[in-house]
Every structure is written in structure tokens, then in C-alpha cells.
Design a protein around this ligand. Structure first.
Ligand SMILES: [Ca+2]
Ligand SMILES: [Ca+2]
Ligand SMILES: [Ca+2]
Length: 360
């Protein structure tokens, strides 16, 4: 309706503009009439258009009203949709929050799952071991059942044997009682025999001691007899020797060098004399220029006796031994007057009489 009013006003302004222009410019009546006709015609057209527009305006108004209603409905729907949208957004936010929480739970569950998987694997291995153990136990159980069966059979046999043993035991008890009586008799006999044995052992010990004593006496007598025989034999072979207890001495009449003299003594089972002490030297002192068994032939200045002992008692003449001219053998000096100053070293190659010594 407002649009139509504005259109009419515009048309009137145009007509009035054209009428003023015509009045100004068209001076003759022909042009005015023509302009009036044209304007009338245009007015009629405008009226016709206006009428048509009026006719068209009614449905437009109706449509406008319908559109208004539809707009109202659409606004209501829009508000509903806005509310719905807000509700959905709220739900969406809640869902996102829940999603985040669920993701956290998912991660936690993932870790728990890995731990559970590890535990599961461990349990699986443990289960496998337990299954193996179970199999072993089953085998052992079967073996034990077999053993148990055998044990039961053995027990039955043992029962039978036990019964037999009881009977045998009774018989053995009777025998044991009889043996007990026999044992007492034997014990009495044994005691008597033991006493007799003890007496015999005492007598045997005494006799053994007597025999040992007699044997000892016999051995001593035999040894004494043998020693006497030896001494007798040696004395027989030592005729012409001088006896000075417990030694025998032979003073040679022949002269030999020191080594030959010693060889002669050795052939007689004796050796050159070894002067053991001052008494022996005193006994030998009258036998001057006789070889004695003393020399330093092995090492100059180290005097040793023929029995291997070193010279400890020293009965050298004053100034001797002097090794004057390689003197390695000792004699009883021709110039000796005291038993403590009796010896002289001379060359072993000299020939002298010699003294052999032996024991009985
Ligand atoms: Ca001697
Ligand atoms: Ca010498
Ligand atoms: Ca000398």
C-alpha cells in the first residue's frame, strides 16, 4: 500500500511538470490540445495501471501476510534452532571434555594393558612350568602307585613271614632256654678251665722267664766262650807280643820305611801304634827310633793317626815337628828323655823299627 501511494505521487508530479512545460513552450492551441489528449490518455493508462496494481496488490498483501506469518514461524524456529544449537554446543563441549577424559583413561588403560600383558606373559610361562611340573608329578604319582602296589604285596609277604617267624621264635625260645641251661653248665666248666688256664699261664710265664733267663745266661756264656776262644786264638797268634792291658804291642826287630812298616802291621791284623794318652807314651818311651802311627802325609802340618783320629795329645820334642827335609812321619825320637817330649818328624822313606798295636 505504501508503495502504491508513492507511485501516484510520482505520476502527478510528472504530469504537472509536463503541463507547465507545455504552457510555457507551446503557444498555439493545436499543440495544447494534442498535449492534453496525450496527458488524458496517459492518465487513463495510469488509472488502468493503478487499477491493475490495486488488483495485484491484494494477493501481494495476502502473500505479505503469509510471509509475515511464515517469518514469525521461521523466527520461532530460528530461536528454537538457536536454543537447540546452544544445547548441542553445550553437549558438544561436554562430549569433548568426556572425550579428553576418555583419552586419558584410554592411555591409562593402555599402560594397564601393557602391565597386564606382561603379567599375562609371566603367568603364561608360570603356567607352562606348572604344566611341566604337573606332568612330572603325574609320572611320579604313577610310579608311587606302582611302588605302593609293590609295598602292599611285600606287606602281605611280610605278614606271612612274620607269622612264620613267630612260630620260629617260639621254637628258638625253647632252644634258647635249653641253651641257657647248657650255657650255665658251660660257664661253670669255663670258669674252672679259666682258673686252670690262669694257673697254667702263671706257671708258663714263670717258666718263660726262667727259660729267657737261662737263654740269656746261655747266650752270655756262649759269647764269653767265643770271646775266650778268639782271645785264645789271637793270643796264640800274638806270641812274642807285649801285653799291656787291654792292648798288645809288637816291637819289630827289622827296619822298614813308614809305609812298609804299617803294611807289616796290617798283615798281622793290627796297625801302627796310636798313642792315646801319657800313660801309653810313658810305656812306649824306652823304644826309641821306632815308627808310630802318626803322619801329615795327607795335608802338610795336619797330623792324623792311622785310625783316622786327629792328633790331640801332643808329645813332640821341643822344636818339632819342623818338617826339615819333607818330614811327614813320626817316630819316637832317639833323643827323647821325657814322655811329654818324645816325638820327632822324619822323612817317611827312612827305615826304622816299628811298633804294632792290637787289642784282645
Ligand atoms: Ca794306643
Ligand atoms: Ca811334615
Ligand atoms: Ca824333625
Amino acid at each position: 500500500m505504501l508503495c502504491l501511494g508513492l507511485l501516484c505521487i510520482i505520476l502527478l508530479v510528472v504530469l504537472m511538470s509536463r503541463s507547465h512545460s507545455c504552457t510555457t513552450n507551446m503557444t498555439d492551441g493545436r499543440f495544447q490540445q494534442q498535449a492534453f489528449n496525450n496527458m488524458s490518455h496517459e492518465l487513463q493508462e495510469l488509472q488502468s495501471s493503478y487499477s491493475n496494481l490495486n488488483k495485484q496488490m491484494a494477493p501481494l498483501i495476502t502473500s505479505h501476510n503469509i510471509l509475515i506469518e511464515e517469518k514469525s514461524l521461521l523466527l520461532a524456529r530460528y530461536h528454537n534452532l538457536t536454543d537447540h544449537k546452544q544445547h548441542i554446543e553445550t553437549s558438544y563441549n561436554n562430549l569433548m571434555l568426556e572425550k579428553s577424559q576418555l583419552e586419558d583413561k584410554y592411555k591409562t588403560l593402555g599402560r594397564e594393558k601393557e602391565q597386564l600383558q606382561t603379567s599375562y606373559n609371566n603367568l603364561n610361562r608360570a603356567t607352562s612350568k606348572l604344566q611341566n611340573l604337573n606332568a612330572d608329578l603325574t609320572d611320579e604319582n604313577e610310579q608311587l602307585l606302582t611302588i605302593s602296589s609293590n609295598v602292599i604285596n611285600d606287606r602281605e609277604m611280610i605278614k606271612v613271614n612274620y607269622t612264620n617267624l613267630i612260630a620260629e621264635k617260639s621254637q628258638l625260645e625253647d632252644k634258647y632256654n635249653n641253651l641257657g641251661r647248657e650255657k650255665e653248665q658251660l660257664q661253670t666248666s669255663y670258669n674252672n678251665l679259666n682258673r686252670a688256664k690262669s694257673e697254667l699261664q702263671t706257671r708258663n710265664t714263670n717258666l718263660t722267664d726262667e727259660i729267657a733267663e737261662l737263654q740269656n745266661r746261655y747266650n752270655n756264656l756262649t759269647k764269653d766262650r767265643d770271646d775266650l776262644l778268639k782271645k785264645n786264638t789271637k793270643l796264640d797268634s800274638r806270641m812274642g807280643w807285649v801285653y799291656r792291658k787291654p792292648r798288645l804291642y809288637k816291637f819289630s826287630t827289622e827296619k822298614k820305611n813308614w809305609h812298609e812298616s804299617r803294611g807289616s802291621c796290617l798283615k798281622l791284623g793290627a796297625d801302627l801304634v796310636v798313642v792315646n794318652d801319657i800313660d801309653e807314651q810313658t810305656f812306649l818311651l824306652p823304644y826309641k827310633t821306632f815308627w808310630i802311627g802318626l803322619s801329615d802325609t795327607e795335608q802338610e802340618g795336619v797330623w792324623k793317626w792311622v785310625d783316622g783320629t786327629p792328633q790331640t795329645e801332643s808329645f813332640w820334642r821341643p822344636g818339632e815337628p819342623n818338617n826339615a827335609g819333607n818330614e811327614d812321619c813320626a817316630e819316637i825320637s832317639r833323643e827323647s828323655s821325657k814322655p811329654t817330649q818324645a816325638w820327632n818328624d822324619v822323612p817317611c822313606s827312612q827305615t826304622h823299627q816299628y811298633i804294632c798295636e792290637d787289642h784282645i
